[in-house]
Ligand binder design. Structure first.
Ligand SMILES: [Zn+2]
Length: 261
């Protein structure tokens, strides 16, 4: 059994993978969803690929992190979107040179006006459907060398999963098809339009993840994980907190960590 725990950036299948933002498993107590979601950058095979783009609130740090890696927004060649929710989609307009990809089932649902549409930023979903740079991804296809598209319905009807296959391991980008460790372990999901489909998707994700020792799972709202002797081990250290401005000047700042000691 492979008990190695790799650190990002990780190299798999001819790509260097950077985790630009780690997702957070939680919601605010009084103010709705946080939308702190995973954003991954893949560089290889002459492509510079983002998997999801995060919520609009991360724009400044997202551009800063890309710059730290020597990248301008126009260097992004491709944006792969797993699903239509605001906290994954809303920064696609930054990447004006990129080809855009999403599942047709999902974007059609987001723009359908159906009663079960939730967490969609309507104008963004509408504009995305009109984008000449948009292509719809086919389930079962290889979108880029070594990157396969699979269906992961439940959270949204057309949610997609991306599987990067390397020589030594696979990286399974599941985003909100299994948002966090709690959903993976329990098979119970919060915020899904179809909990039975979500449960079936999570069973499928378990099969994909456990197919090879050393496979990495990248959820949408938690740290990446690996299985070590059957135990789930997080990759990296969780970083999350809120800075409160609760005093009489902007300099008076209180950090409230959102991590377990
Ligand atoms: Zn979502």
């Amino acid at each position: 059994m492979d008990t190695e725990t790799p650190e990002f950036p990780i190299r798999v299948g001819g790509y260097r993978i950077d985790l630009l933002f780690q997702g957070y498993p939680g919601k605010s107590a009084h103010n709705g969803g946080l939308g702190w979601s995973t954003v991954a950058l893949l560089r290889g095979h002459d492509r510079v690929i983002l998997i999801d783009t995060g919520a609009i609130g991360i724009r400044t740090p997202l551009l800063h992190r890309l710059k730290q890696l020597g990248l301008a927004p126009t260097d992004i060649t491709d944006v792969l979107l797993t699903h239509s929710h605001w906290d994954h989609v809303m920064n696609y307009p930054l990447f004006t040179a990129a080809n855009l990809y999403i599942g047709k089932v999902d974007l059609d649902w987001a723009n359908s006006g159906a009663a079960d549409v939730y967490a969609v930023a309507e104008p963004y979903a509408r504009e995305l459907a009109r984008e000449p740079r948009l292509s719809y991804l086919e389930v079962g296809s290889e979108v880029f060398p070594g990157i396969r598209v699979e269906a992961g319905p439940g959270h949204t009807p057309g949610h997609l999963i991306f599987i990067l296959s390397g020589e030594d391991r696979d990286v399974v980008f599941v985003q909100d098809a299994a948002k966090n460790k709690a959903e993976m372990v329990s098979r119970d999901t919060d915020l899904t339009i179809d909990s039975a489909r979500s449960r079936a998707t999570i069973e499928r994700i378990w099969a994909l993840w456990s197919a090879r020792a050393g496979n990495i799972l990248v959820p949408g709202h938690d740290l990446p994980m690996i299985l070590c002797d059957g135990e789930i081990v997080f990759l990296g250290r969780r970083q999350a907190g809120v800075i409160g401005l609760l005093g009489d000047s902007p300099e008076e700042q209180t950090l409230f960590p959102l991590t377990k000691p």
